[in-house]
Ligand binder design. Structure first.
Ligand SMILES: [Zn+2]
Length: 74
């Protein structure tokens, strides 16, 4: 399933969601609860791993305080 990047228009939070290409679920910002919009960049809004602005790490959906460390601890 592709990863889609969403951006909150309210606080600017950028995060990822997995869903089928045919779906367009309502995605709420994890920070403030505002309905976020998909970030379409180039292709279909699918991003490459390693994007600094992406939320989550190590395959987790939620961001952590220190992304690099949480990977080390696994
Ligand atoms: Zn927000």
């Amino acid at each position: 399933m592709p990863t889609y990047v969403y951006k909150c228009p309210q606080c600017g939070k950028v995060f990822e969601r997995f869903h089928a290409m045919s779906e367009s679920p309502e995605v709420l910002c994890p920070e403030c609860g505002t309905k976020a919009k998909p970030e379409i960049s180039g292709g279909a809004g699918v991003i490459m791993k390693g994007n600094e602005t992406s939320a989550g790490c190590c395959g987790n959906e939620n961001p952590c305080q220190s992304p690099k460390r949480c990977c080390e601890n696994q």
